[in-house]
Design a protein around this ligand. Structure first.
Ligand code: DLL
Length: 436
């Protein structure tokens, strides 16, 4: 089923005309109402009336995360405080959070795009949807909550945490759809195992995941352990939260709701737009948001776009699974690598569990040094030392062969790595200690 066939199956030509019209209107609103954009346009010697085609998008200035921080909390708004219906925020790793705001119309759009994605993932009004993403300032819980309500499903607003209760609710309510981050999904399966509950035998059908990078290996683990179809969804607070893009049941990339979010891929070094099919940084323009008309937002996320027709009938372009964030990319002796690539390699090694952490270190003046801590199952850990050593050698060999990087693998006992109920912290960066 398609939630909004008129929009989601529009011809590419009609979609481009709509996007151009919306872009022209949005650029004019940003220019008129947000001093930051007026100044940025003027600095580039551009006026909204100079936009004649979608190609002219490249003339417009970028917006960066730092711009949100510099205008904290409400400096980028295009509406008065009175017109705001809701505020959310994403916790930055340091300093002030990124604050985002919505008018009533923005909320209606957000509900619609979340409903679209859930329907694309196979959810219907007969489903019992347990939302185990955080409610509150984080957009995940509340975003999916209204998406599921909009499409007519039954919502169980569990929020994240209280894992034993999550499992009890799944059993007692007959939950069919479970929303959580991929790392929380794995944690839940472990808890279920401890409780003697076989999740795969419950009514679970579809998993709505996202909010952090995860590999196909992780998808396989979740599918097997939970007995559901794990769907990848992508979003970010600066646009709306969840609802920007999501997979259909064909699993061939995430359809971007292009009538609301205009995507580009750029070379992260030069800022130059790249053609379809090339991998680079995703840049998004919020075409319809009233409160925050964000232009050319540098997401920092690395992906590529595929405009070829999809078997589901949706015409919106698909973005490939995000391989990582530009700021999470590790450069190990000249080789660029993302944590998700390390995850892919690790999960191919028999006996290794999907719990790992990457420790990056650097002695002053020396090169980056990578150590990967990864858990092994109880039986492997308590087995003879020779088996552990063979496993470690194998994992190190695979890292070299597949990724071309030299990494020390440290196999650790079960439960040694901290579990996450939201976004997992995969990298421990000790390089900053040396101040270079
Ligand atoms: O994580 C919104 C969201 C909630 C998306 C629930 C999907 C499901 P933020 O907290 O602002 O918003 O974080 C946004 O998370 O720029 C990506 O780096 C990362 N991210 C989100 N979805 C994915 C995904 C929400 N499917 C940031 N794969 C983004 C990889 C993702 N990374």
């Amino acid at each position: 089923m398609i939630w909004n066939p008129e929009r989601e199956t529009m011809s590419r030509g009609d979609l481009s005309s709509l996007q151009l019209e919306l872009l022209q209107r949005q650029a004019a609103r940003a220019y008129e109402r947000v001093p930051f954009y007026r100044q940025a346009f003027r600095e580039r010697g551009i006026h909204p009336q100079d936009i004649h085609s979608l190609d002219d998008l490249r003339l417009l200035p970028f917006t960066r995360k730092a711009d949100f921080r510099d205008h904290y909390p409400f400096g980028l708004l295009a509406v008065t405080r009175r017109e705001l219906a809701r505020v959310h925020a994403s916790s930055g790793t340091t300093g002030k959070p990124t604050v985002v705001a919505y008018t009533q119309a923005d909320l209606a759009m957000w509900h619609e795009v979340c409903a679209r994605e859930m329907v694309a993932g196979g959810i219907t009004d007969e489903d019992m949807v347990q939302i185990a993403m955080g409610y509150g300032l984080f957009t995940g819980g509340i975003g999916w909550h209204y998406g599921a309500e909009t499409l007519g499903a039954t919502v169980v607003p569990a929020s994240s945490g209280n894992t034993k209760r999550q499992i009890m609710l799944m059993q007692d309510f007959g939950t069919t759809v479970f929303c959580c981050t991929p790392s929380y999904a794995i944690y839940i399966t472990e808890q279920a195992e401890e409780m003697g509950v076989d999740l795969a035998s419950l009514d679970l059908r579809v998993g709505i995941h996202g909010a952090e990078p995860w590999s196909e290996g992780m998808r396989r683990e979740i599918r097997e352990r939970m007995g559901l179809d794990p769907i990848d969804t992508y979003g970010l607070s600066e646009m709306v939260g969840p609802g920007v893009a999501g997979e259909c049941t064909h699993h061939c990339g995430m359809h971007i709701s292009e009538d609301h979010f205009l995507p580009e891929i750029i070379d992260p070094e030069t800022g130059e737009p790249l053609p379809y099919g090339e991998r680079g940084e995703l840049v998004l323009t919020a075409l319809t948001k009233e409160a925050l008309p964000i232009i050319r937002y540098r997401t920092g996320d690395i992906t590529r776009l595929d405009p070829t027709p999809c078997a589901c009938g949706r015409t919106h372009v698909r973005m490939e699974k995000v391989s990582g964030r530009t700021d999470d990319m590790l450069i190990v002796r000249g080789v660029n690598v993302f944590p998700s690539q390390i995850e892919t390699v690790l999960l191919e090694v028999e006996g290794v569990q999907p719990h790992y952490q990457i420790v990056v270190d650097r002695e002053r003046g020396a090169m980056d040094d990578l150590e990967v801590w990864v858990e092994v199952s109880e039986d492997v850990f308590t087995d003879d030392i020779g088996r552990l050593k063979r496993l470690q050698d194998k994992a190190e060999f695979e890292m070299r062969e597949t990724l071309g990087i030299q990494a020390r693998i440290k196999l650790v006992e079960p439960n040694r790595i901290a579990r996450s109920m939201g976004k997992a912290k995969r990298i421990i960066d000790r390089r900053d200690v040396y101040g270079d």
